[in-house]
Design a protein around this ligand. Structure first.
Ligand SMILES: [Mg+2]
Length: 314
C-alpha cells in the first residue's frame, strides 16, 4: 500500500471531525484560537526500546505517545484540541499494524476531545519512532509555569507515586505481574481536567515524567527556591505498600521512578480551602528559601537521596 492510500485509509478518518486539519488535503493545518487565549504547544518523541518495550501493541504505543503530550498540556493548564504526528516506521510495518495504531489514536481522541491536524510518515532503517506535537489553548496569562513557586507555598501531587515504575518492573518480569499496575506504565492518564481546575490556584506546575524528586528539583531550579518533602505524606498505592513491606522494592526507587504523569504543583496556603475540594490531591511538602531538595521522614530526620530519577544521557 502506498503512503497516500495509508493516509486516505488510516489517517484522514482521525482528522475528519476537526476542520483545522483541512482534512489533511493541504500542505499544513490552519488553527483558530478562541479570543483572548494563548496557544500552548508541546512535542514529545518516543522510541521503541526506550519509552516502550518491544512487543507492546500498536494500540497502546499510540495511546502512550499521545497521552505523554496531552500530559504536558495538562501541566500548563491548557485545554487540548489537536495534534500532529510524525512517524518513522520500520520497513516491515504492515497495514494491520497501522490499523491497530490508528484505532488507539481514535479511542483517545474520543476520550480527550482532540483530533489529528497533520503529520508525516516515513520509512526508517532503525526502530519505530513517534513524534507528536500537541496543541491546546488557555486564557491569556493563565498558564502554569515552572518559575512561579513562592517561599511558603505548599507542594501537592495529584496521585500515587511510583506505580508506573512498578508497572515497568512487572512488564519486564522482574516483579509478579498485576495488570492494573502495568497499565499505569503503559497507559498513563493525562490530568487535563485537573490542569484546568488548577488555573489561578497553582503557582508552578509540571507533570511527573522523570521521577518525583528530579521533577521537584526542576521546579526549585526554575523558581530559585528549595523544597522540603515529607516522605511519609507522599501517596503510594496499596500495591506499592505491599511490595515495600515484602522487601521487593524500596521508597527511593519509587520517588526516582519516572512515567507517572501525575501533576506536581505548588500553591499558596491561602488556596488550601479551594484545593481541599478537589479529589485526589495530597499535600507533600513546602517551598523554602534556598536551593535543592530535602526529604524528611515522619520523625523530621533527613533521608539520604541517591538517584533522583531517570536521565536520558547517562
Ligand atoms: Mg512534561
Amino acid at each position: 500500500m502506498s503512503e497516500f492510500s495509508w493516509i486516505e485509509t488510516y489517517f484522514r478518518p482521525l482528522a475528519q471531525a476537526h476542520p483545522e486539519s483541512l482534512q489533511l488535503q493541504d500542505d499544513a493545518a490552519l488553527l483558530e484560537c478562541p479570543a483572548n487565549t494563548q496557544l500552548v504547544i508541546t512535542t514529545d518523541m518516543l522510541h521503541e526500546g526506550v519509552h516502550f518495550l518491544a512487543g507492546t501493541t500498536p494500540h497502546l504505543i499510540a495511546q502512550k505517545a499521545l497521552r505523554c503530550n496531552l500530559s504536558d498540556l495538562a501541566a500548563m493548564g491548557a485545554v487540548a484540541f489537536g495534534y500532529t504526528l510524525a512517524l518513522g516506521l520500520p520497513r516491515h510495518t504492515d497495514a494491520a499494524w497501522l490499523a491497530d495504531f490508528t484505532a488507539g489514536l481514535a479511542a483517545d481522541q474520543q476520550t480527550f476531545g482532540c483530533g489529528l491536524l497533520g503529520g508525516d510518515t516515513t520509512a526508517t532503517l532503525g526502530p519505530l519512532s513517534i513524534a507528536i506535537t500537541a496543541y491546546g489553548h488557555i486564557p491569556h496569562g493563565k498558564a502554569h509555569r515552572r518559575t512561579g513557586a513562592q517561599i511558603g507555598d505548599d507542594i501537592y501531587v495529584s496521585g500515587p507515586i511510583g506505580d508506573a515504575y512498578i508497572g515497568l518492573r512487572m512488564a519486564k518480569g522482574e516483579l509478579p505481574a498485576d495488570n492494573a499496575m502495568i497499565a499505569r506504565y503503559e497507559l498513563p492518564m493525562p490530568r487535563l481536567e485537573l490542569g484546568v481546575r488548577l488555573q489561578g490556584l497553582a503557582t508552578a506546575c509540571l507533570d511527573i515524567s522523570d521521577g518525583l524528586l528530579q521533577d521537584m528539583e526542576h521546579i526549585c531550579t526554575a523558581s530559585s527556591c528549595a523544597a522540603a518533602l515529607d516522605a511519609s505524606h507522599i501517596p503510594l498505592s496499596p500495591t506499592a505498600h505491599q511490595l515495600m513491606g515484602a522487601g521487593h522494592i524500596h521508597l527511593p526507587e519509587l520517588l526516582a521512578g519516572g512515567d507517572d504523569y501525575e501533576l506536581l504543583f505548588t500553591a499558596s496556603p491561602m488556596s488550601r480551602l479551594a484545593l481541599d475540594k478537589i479529589p485526589g490531591l495530597t499535600r507533600i511538602g513546602t517551598i523554602r528559601q534556598g536551593s535543592g531538595l530535602t526529604l524528611y521522614d515522619a520523625h523530621g530526620d533527613i533521608l539520604p537521596i541517591n538517584s533522583k530519577g531517570y536521565q536520558h544521557f547517562k
